[in-house]
Each structure stands twice: as structure tokens, then as C-alpha cells.
Design a protein around this ligand. Structure first.
Ligand code: SF4
Length: 387
């Protein structure tokens, strides 16, 4: 398939691996964070880490949408379904994110609650925000809420759904908005004590997101390159994209450069998708702060629905209150999302916690670091080689 096969070519992968090994300076080490879960998945699935020399290390970042969704937000969605009787619509992976009291949206749908609470919520998986609008049209006597999650990639379709519901005059549709912003998360990581003060997370550069960058462009990352002297290379999600990006990062480090480079030129421009950006700006505004799983409260890191569309804001429409809830004490998701620990550092990895029984959010989606390691690397990891 065009744009896929040529980016998975084994011979070319070996050529790139040889170039990285040749150009990486044996006298130093390199640590690069892949921000996106899509890159984490590609690195695990195609064994990219195995092709790198020992002194080039990849650090997983927080760019997996369901991984960073805090328990308190899933609790709000469950409350909407069980206490307010809404039809709750959301994307597939979100259904399995662990919430409070051993619940998840999936369990709330099945009525698998505490002994005293066996209510079943009308919770539906949708493939797009347009499906949620359609469900609202088909059920005029019911309130329908779309639990909207994700980074800048999934935000424009939510904006379209709100505008569409407004144009249709739908009085029973609203959105529980949990959209978050990539640049704010990168800033948070670069300002974290582990990176700035203790140096426990050495970061020499970033692989920048693929799909997010098709929307926001490469321009927002220029700040990180200039201000923090960290090279950024935006890369596609195929294995050769990732390897080419690693080579470009090694070269920047060797030459003492820190600029934004774009490996994913087949889809990303400097300015991004201006139409999508306008749509988002018209529909959403910045939240003062938002809690991320792993990163805690991050200022101006998420979006809320503008007052003009308040009728479609579930947080305005229903008496909801956000409560911060701690993760399972044994779960290391928070540290993994900050790049401080690796999945195999968690005692529950592959034993109590598996993709069939996720204890933390990083084991839910195929983009989550724990799920990716479990699916493609656990045997090697168990043998003690955990790169
Ligand atoms: S293996 Fe499970 S419990 Fe451990 S950090 Fe990953 S998601 Fe959390």
C-alpha cells in the first residue's frame, strides 16, 4: 500500500540503523522522548529499540489520550450515565479506563458495580462525534452526552459536532469536554524537577507528534527548540519515519543544533490546518487548569466550551463537580507518563495488570506504554533486557 509499505521496508530499516550506529558518538549517550503514543506503539511493534545502539535510548512520553485522562473525569461520565440517566457516548478505548470503586464505563454499562449498586448505564461506543449527534437526533426524549477526549487531532471533530447540534437546534445534546493540548504537556515535562533539577530524566530531544502536527503545524514547537535548546523532529507513525527522526535528532545533537525539523513532510506543514484551527478557536477556549494523569494540575493545558455554546456543555447543563482521585497505589502510570519509569518497573506489569484486566490507564489503549510493551516486548523484558 502506498505510503505504508515503503515506510516498513526491512532493508531500508537496516540502512538507517547502520547510519544511526555510525553517527552516534560512542563517547556519549542520547535520550529522546517520543511524545506520542502512536510512536510508542510503532517502536514496540516493529522492534525499533532493538535496532538502536546501546547509547541511544527512547523515553516514552504522555501523548496517549486515554492514558492521561484522570480518574475524576471518568467518574463524571459514569455519574452522568448512572445518576442523570443520559446516553453516554465515547470512543472505544475510553470505555475501559479504570475509574473509582473498581468501575469503568464498560463495567457501569454492564452493571458490574459495588454489591449495593448494580445499575446499568446506557453507555455506547461511537466511532466519531457525528455518531453521537445522530444518536441525539434518534432519541429526542433522552439527554445524550459525548465524552470528548484527546489531543488536538480529535478536537476539530468535536467542534464540528457542537456546531452541527447548534445548527440542528438539538436541545438534548451536550459534550463533556476533556480535550488537552500537546505544547502545554511538553512544557510541563521540560519544567519538571526530574528534567530540570535532578536530571533523572535526561532529555536530548523530542520526536514530535504526527497527527497532532497535521492540525497545529510545526510552528508551536519552535518555542521549545529556542527556549530550552531541545531539538524536535516531527515524524510519521511508520517505523522508518521514527528511525529517520532518530537519525535527524542524533545529527542535531552532534552538531550542537536545536531546531524544529519535519520528517513528516507528506502531511505536516509549518502552519498546519488553518481551517481546523479556526473551528477550534471559535468553539473552545483555554481552561485555567486541568488535571492530567501523571502530570497533575497543568495550567492552560486543556480546552473548555465557549460561553456562546454553553447549552452544549455538559458541565454547565448538569450539576457535576470534578473530584481529584488518586491512582491505584501500586500503579506506576504517573511516573511512566513523565518518563521517570518504564512499564517493566511496575510490579503489576504482566501479572495482575494485563490488557484484559488493566489496573492503570497505560495498559488500556494500544498506544499506552504498558500495553505496547506487553503486546510486543514482554518476553524480552522478562528475560531482563528492557530497553
Ligand atoms: S502495568 Fe498496569 S498497574 Fe503497572 S503502571 Fe502499567 S498500567 Fe499501571
Amino acid at each position: 500500500m502506498k505510503y505504508v509499505d515503503e515506510f516498513r521496508d526491512g532493508k531500508l530499516a537496516r540502512v538507517l540503523a547502520a547510519a544511526i550506529a555510525r553517527e552516534a558518538d560512542a563517547a556519549r549517550s542520547y535520550s529522546f522522548m517520543e511524545f506520542c503514543g502512536g510512536h510508542t506503539h510503532a517502536i514496540s511493534r516493529y522492534g525499533v529499540a532493538d535496532l538502536l545502539p546501546a547509547n541511544v535510548r527512547m523515553v516514552h512520553g504522555p501523548g496517549c489520550p486515554v492514558c492521561v485522562l484522570p480518574i475524576g473525569r471518568v467518574d463524571m461520565a459514569i455519574e452522568l450515565a448512572l445518576d442523570h440517566g443520559v446516553i453516554l457516548c465515547t470512543y472505544g478505548d475510553t470505555l475501559r479506563v479504570p475509574a473509582s470503586h473498581g468501575l469503568s464505563l464498560m463495567k457501569a454499562k454492564a452493571g458490574v458495580g459495588a454489591a449495593s449498586d448494580k445499575r446499568r448505564g446506557d453507555i455506547r461506543m461511537v466511532y466519531s462525534s457525528a455518531d453521537a449527534v445522530r444518536i441525539a437526533q434518534e432519541n429526542p426524549g433522552k439527554e445524550v452526552v459525548f465524552l470528548a477526549i484527546g489531543f488536538e487531532t480529535t478536537t476539530p471533530p468535536t467542534a464540528v459536532a457542537i456546531k452541527q447540534a447548534s445548527a440542528l437546534g438539538l436541545a438534548n445534546f451536550s459534550v463533556l469536554c476533556c480535550h488537552v493540548l500537546t505544547p502545554a504537556a511538553i512544557s510541563n515535562i521540560l519544567e519538571s524537577p526530574e528534567v530540570r533539577k535532578y536530571g533523572t530524566v535526561p532529555l536530548d530531544g523530542f520526536i514530535g507528534p504526527a497527527h497532532v502536527s497535521t492540525v497545529i503545524g510545526s510552528r508551536p514547537y519552535e518555542f521549545f527548540a529556542e527556549e530550552y535548546r531541545k531539538p524536535v523532529v516531527i515524524a510519521g507513525f511508520e517505523p522508518l519515519d521514527v528511525m529517520q527522526a532518530i537519525l535527524m535528532l542524533v545529527r542535531q545533537v552532534n552538531e550542537g543544533r536545536a531546531v524544529v525539523e519535519n520528517e513528516f513532510t507528506r502531511a505536516v506543514t509549518r502552519d498546519g490546518n488553518l481551517k481546523a484551527q479556526d473551528l477550534v478557536a471559535e468553539t473552545f477556549e483555554l481552561r485555567r487548569e486541568f488535571e492530567w494523569r501523571g502530570l497533575g494540575l497543568v495550567p492552560y493545558s486543556a480546552l473548555k466550551i465557549r460561553a456562546h455554546y454553553a447549552a452544549f456543555d455538559a458541565e454547565t447543563r448538569f450539576p457535576l463537580r470534578y473530584r481529584s482521585v488518586d491512582d491505584n497505589r501500586a500503579c506506576e502510570c504517573g511516573a511512566i507518563l513523565r518518563g521517570v519509569k518504564r512499564p517493566q518497573d511496575c510490579k503489576l506489569f504482566g501479572t495482575v495488570c494485563t490488557p484484559d484486566n488493566p489496573i492503570g490507564s497505560c495498559m488500556v489503549s494500544s498506544e499506552g506504554a504498558c500495553a505496547a510493551h506487553y503486546s510486543y516486548g514482554r518476553f524480552r523484558v522478562q528475560e531482563g533486557d528492557g530497553r
